[in-house]
Ligand binder design. Structure first.
Ligand code: HEM
Length: 205
């Protein structure tokens, strides 16, 4: 009997890594546009004009793949049950020195909130990005508001993605295996997502 359980299909993993690559391209090409302080980053793309072109292309890719990723696991991230409430009340046990156990499904509430935030941010970044892309087509106030919202969402997303990367790697050792190989050890699933473990294996955690 296998000691592993499938967590993500190949297509789910490819989609996640396309979202990740486009996010980092957007981040690096957007830095120079965000502030003159970061103009040096344009050199990574062979100059400012190229950086803008690449930013637009990566933006379109990120918009559709990120929303696609959200729609794929909308069912798992958009509902919160009593066990999730307990997790929220105890902040997932991250601030406690005691051993904590929560009866968590496929994603914990922190992951769900992150996924919802990224979906909302993707929509706002995409829509405001379009206004900034064609500034002469729209009233000036819309473009100015878009510039502000685009910058705010950019900063917020970077902050949450940094937290996401920490929690998916050093913060919870072993988690990265799910996104690299698709399978995860049963012991990891029993510990982090016992309710999901029972759903997919039928075994009691
Ligand atoms: C080097 C960068 C990244 C690493 C190492 C990473 C790692 C992971 C891992 C291991 C999971 C699965 C968690 C689990 O099985 O419980 C995951 C899920 C997910 N990732 Fe990433 N990720 C990265 C970048 C990103 C970026 C840039 C985004 C979006 C902008 C993103 C969005 C998501 C979402 C929405 C999920 C599903 C919900 C969740 O686990 O929070 N990831 N990621």
């Amino acid at each position: 009997m296998s000691n592993y359980v499938e967590r993500f299909s190949t297509s789910e993993r490819i989609l996640h890594w396309i979202v990740t690559c486009s996010f980092f391209i957007l981040f690096l090409s957007g830095l120079g546009l965000y502030s003159r302080l970061f103009n040096g980053y344009f050199n990574l793309f062979g100059g400012g004009q190229n950086a803008i072109l690449i930013h637009k292309a990566a933006g379109v890719l990120f918009f559709f793949t990120s929303l696609n990723m959200f729609l794929n696991h909308k069912k798992d991230v958009s509902t919160f049950d009593e066990d999730d409430k307990q997790w929220i009340e105890q902040r997932g046990g991250y601030l406690s020195r005691d051993e904590t156990h929560f009866n968590i499904g496929k994603y914990n509430p922190g992951q769900k909130l992150f996924a919802i935030f990224i979906a909302v941010a993707t929509l706002i970044l995409g829509i405001t990005g379009l206004f900034i892309w064609m500034p002469t087509f729209f009233p000036r106030w819309i473009v100015q508001l878009s510039l502000m919202l685009h910058g705010l969402m950019f900063a917020g997303s970077v902050m949450f993605v940094v937290m996401h990367i920490y929690l998916a790697t050093i913060g919870n050792p072993g988690t990265i295996e799910a996104m690299l190989y698709g399978n995860i050890p049963k012991s990891w699933a029993r510990k982090h997502h016992p309710k999901w473990y029972k759903e997919v294996t039928g075994e009691s955690p």
